[in-house]
Design a protein around this ligand. Structure first.
Ligand SMILES: Cc1cc2nc3c(=O)[nH]c(=O)nc-3n(C[C@H](O)[C@H](O)[C@H](O)COP(=O)(O)O)c2cc1C
Length: 186
């Protein structure tokens, strides 16, 4: 099978990760792949924030506080679950979309950012490393915007890329068959 198609077909979201570092050159390669995404008018709308350990702890606290607020409290087990989900991948990169005043350009720029995330994800997968695009509620909190010094008027956090070696084999998600979603005109 064509190697790119194989990577695309086999990639799947990884939710839980081994406590094993991702080589720096591969994190870098993933982000280099990201910025090769197609980008109308070459606006370079993406910004990437590599999250260090102290900030990661603070982001995880934000996610825990948000969940506790939503549920009116959190059991120890529920808190541990959130901490594992948000705080345990070896690498976290927050992806920021630079907002354009022109609505069409802004929409197209978001599309480019999405392509960038997929490029990163495919590069990682081709090297045996999993990832997840996370848009959990913490991504939209004022607390995160303040922590990362992001101005909501000009930038939007569109999620985070978690990266790492998969903890276990994962179930491959399915898609509607192509024939269901493809039509052809005369
Ligand atoms: C825009 C976007 C946001 C996502 N946000 C989350 C998320 O917050 N939490 C999560 O567990 N998965 C998230 N995912 C991963 C999807 O759930 C996953 O891609 C989907 O279930 C299909 O599985 P696959 O990626 O393994 O094919 C997100 C994916 C996309 C494209």
């Amino acid at each position: 099978m064509n190697p790119i198609f194989k990577t695309i077909k086999e990639r799947s979201t990884v939710h839980f990760y081994l406590d094993k570092p991702v080589p720096e050159e591969l994190v870098n390669a993933a982000l280099e792949a990201a910025i090769r995404a197609p980008n109308h008018k070459l606006t370079n709308p993406w910004r990437f924030i590599r999250i260090g350990p102290k900030t990661r702890d603070k982001i995880t606290d934000i996610a825990v506080a948000l969940k506790a607020k939503k549920l009116g409290g959190l059991s120890e087990a529920a808190e541990a679950k959130v901490r594992k989900k948000v705080g345990s991948s070896p690498v976290m990169v927050v992806v920021v979309h630079e907002l354009n005043d022109d609505p069409l350009r802004c929409k197209e720029d978001y599309a480019s950012c999405a392509c960038a995330i997929q490029n990163a994800s495919l590069l990682l997968w081709s090297e045996g490393i999993g990832s997840k695009w996370s848009t959990g509620g913490y991504s939209r909190t004022d607390a995160l915007y303040e922590l990362l010094n992001i101005d909501r008027n000009s930038q939007e956090i569109i999620g985070s890329i978690f990266m790492g070696y998969a903890e276990k084999e994962h179930v491959h998600s399915t898609r509607r068959p192509l024939a269901d979603v493809l039509s052809t005109t005369e």
